[in-house]
Design a protein around this ligand. Structure first.
Ligand SMILES: Nc1ncnc2c1ncn2[C@@H]1O[C@H](COP(=O)(O)OP(=O)(O)OP(=O)(O)O)[C@@H](O)[C@H]1O
Length: 342
């Protein structure tokens, strides 16, 4: 995301945190539901021109309200959906080029998704031991025995599930939501994933245990070199966990770059609204949020023009609904796409 910034030591960044996963001009259209077979095909554009570079041992947060295209972006990266335009590159190769069984297996091992619902993502009929043994057998050919036991205990200890010997023989229903999410993260370690696409991994957990799971992901990033795409509607947690942040609105990147800059010095009116909506105990509940003209998020389509936020933006100008402005670099690694800056 910062390839063009003159203020960043690009060579040092590339050496320490090489790019592992990259999105280039990613777009996806879905056929609109409810079309009659006699009417012309109409499409919803769920993602429009997404670009990012995910680096080794770093995190990119993708932030935005429900329906803005966050999960769809991750699903393209896991090959659940195919991009309509643009693509996802893994170590420089377009993932559409992975077609042989061997290439697909390797990619699916390396890039894993963690879902928001820890209750449905584990099989209730199997113990935690089974959930962790299977990937080690399948992906690494490790047979049950001493070596397997050693690895199981190590992984559970790494994710903070102790005492590991007891946890191994439990079933998912015997664990709390936070513990199950830790098991799921342990599974990514058992698989040997390098990139973890975490889709709202803490949104179904009690507030008090969210921080523990975020801490664990932070450790996986710093100590084990894992890379995270962190999907969230909660921009405050992005600040805690992600070096880079993309604010998505209606499938469009409206502001992106250094997380600290975006959260401390937001420039796009939509990012300002997101941050103003974060609960702050020091603020009175009578304090007004910035006024926006409508709360309706438009459905985007490939033929639409302009900034998707124009209908809601209190500062919209005539050109906002006519064409989308080019990205503007506000400061080092801090970009926005807004007519207020053109
Ligand atoms: N398979 C599909 N077919 C048709 N439309 C889809 C499909 N998947 C997603 N969409 C639409 O694409 C848009 C983006 O959806 P997406 O799930 O990516 O949003 P999101 O930002 O992850 O929202 P949430 O936080 O609620 O999961 C939505 O309008 C959604 O209805």
């Amino acid at each position: 995301m910062n390839a063009r910034s003159p203020h960043i030591d690009q060579a040092a960044l590339d050496a320490k945190h090489p790019v592992i996963l990259e999105a280039k001009d990613l777009c996806i259209d879905f056929r609109k539901k409810g079309d009659s077979i006699f009417s012309p095909k109409q499409y919803l554009r769920a993602v429009n021109g997404l670009n990012f570079q995910l680096r080794e041992a770093r995190c990119v947060a993708v932030v935005g309200e429900s329906g803005c295209g966050k999960s769809t972006s991750a699903k393209i990266a896991t090959k659940i959906h195919k991009a309509t335009e643009g693509g996802i590159y893994y170590h420089g190769t377009n993932i559409d080029e992975f077609t042989s069984g061997e290439e697909l297996d390797a990619y699916r091992r390396d890039v894993q998704m963690v879902f928001q619902d820890p209750f449905s993502s584990l099989n209730p009929l199997h113990t935690i031991r089974y959930h962790l043994m299977r990937p080690m057998q399948i992906y690494h050919g490790i047979k049950p025995g001493k070596e397997m036991e050693y690895r199981l205990i190590k992984i559970l200890t790494q994710v903070g599930l102790t005492p590991p010997q007891e946890v191994l023989d439990k079933f998912p229903h015997q664990l709390s939501g936070g513990q199950r999410q830790r098991v799921f993260l342990a599974k990514t370690l058992a698989i040997g994933a390098k990139v973890i696409l975490a889709d709202e991994p803490t949104s179904m957990l009690d507030v008090s245990i969210r921080i523990g799971v975020l801490n664990l992901m932070n450790r996986m990033k710093h100590e084990m070199g894992k890379s995270f795409m962190y999907i969230t509607h909660d921009i405050a947690t992005a600040r805690y966990f992600a070096e880079d942040t993309i604010v998505l609105y209606c499938g469009h990147m409206v502001e992106w770059g250094d997380t600290e800059q975006i959260t401390q010095n937001p420039q796009h009116p939509y990012t300002q609204l997101l941050l103003a909506a974060v609960p702050d105990p020091s603020r009175s509940i009578h304090e007004k949020l910035p006024t926006h003209r409508s709360m309706e998020t438009p459905m985007w389509s490939p033929e639409k023009k302009g900034c998707p936020y124009a209908g809601r933006c209190p500062q919209a100008k005539a050109e906002c609904s006519q064409y989308l402005p080019e990205p503007v670099e506000i400061s080092a690694n801090h970009f926005t796409r807004c007519h207020l800056f053109t």
